[in-house]
Design a protein around this ligand. Structure first.
Ligand SMILES: [Fe+2]
Length: 257
């Protein structure tokens, strides 16, 4: 499986780097060992998609995955690590925490774009599966029908959001914590719904690099293929099940003591 050979790190890592100490004459340097401090900085690895790079063909080509994951996604990881090696301030942050902290309440820090794009791409690869598409079942379908009226309405809304997105960005099915309902939202550039504390369930990358090799400028074809053949409702169902630990979608059920 070629993607694994390119992936020295399956998840985020921490890296110890020796801080630079001034050059000292040899005789003095011998006594400096215990005084040389180590700086601990955050370091994140490139996660592989949960399938082979040719597994989504013919709907998303191996060539697209090689370029999109192997070059663009890798570039975001490398860019993020370059930023993080300058300081130990984000040591110990998970990717979710890093995205929220670097968004900095709408005044993004220099690390934000790369951090969010790493998170977005990890989430996007996992939002698809070979043999995906069609319709969700059980709880996700019930909630979609409750919040959008029907699956067809949801589908139309998602596609319309994708096709009306100006410039580069993302389309999401999210669970709104406060409103306790599903909604379709679109975000520009690297922004994702975590920064508003919403819970993403499905995402679609609407940057040109996601579809140009396979579909040129035919965005409508790309979006329809995603809905019909790629989106993973299995993963969406697991994400909804996890989200329901934090958002009560039914009436409160208080156990009798
Ligand atoms: Fe992308």
């Amino acid at each position: 499986m070629e993607c694994c050979s390119c992936n020295p790190f399956a998840s985020s890592h921490l890296l110890l780097t020796e801080s630079k100490s001034p050059k000292l004459p040899h005789s003095r340097r011998r006594f400096q060992g215990s005084q040389r401090a180590s700086k601990v900085v955050a370091y994140y690895g490139l996660k592989t998609p949960p399938y082979k790079l040719d597994a989504l063909e013919p709907y998303m080509s191996k060539r697209t995955l090689e370029m999109h994951w192997g070059e663009h996604h890798r570039g975001y990881v490398e860019g993020l690590n370059k930023h993080l090696e300058k300081s130990d301030v984000f040591y110990g942050y998970t990717m979710d925490e890093l995205v929220k902290a670097t968004y900095n309440n709408g005044n993004p820090l220099p690390e934000f774009n790369n951090a969010a794009q790493v998170w977005n791409h990890d989430f996007f690869w996992e939002s698809m599966q070979p043999g995906g598409g069609d319709m969700p079942e059980l709880g996700v379908l019930k909630q979609i029908e409750k919040d959008f009226g029907s699956f067809t309405n949801f589908r139309e809304k998602f596609i319309e959001a994708a096709l009306t997105l100006f410039g580069s960005g993302w389309v999401w099915l999210v669970l709104k914590r406060e409103e306790r309902r599903l909604e379709v939202v679109k975000t520009s550039n690297a922004i994702n719904p975590l920064v508003w504390d919403d819970i993403p369930i499905v995402s679609l990358d609407m940057w040109e690099h996601a579809y140009y090799l396979d579909y040129k400028n035919d965005k409508a074809k790309y979006v329809n293929v995603f809905m019909n053949h790629l989106v993973s409702w299995n993963v969406a169902m697991s994400r909804m099940a996890r989200a329901e630990a934090f958002v009560n979608l039914g009436e409160p059920n208080i156990p009798v003591a």
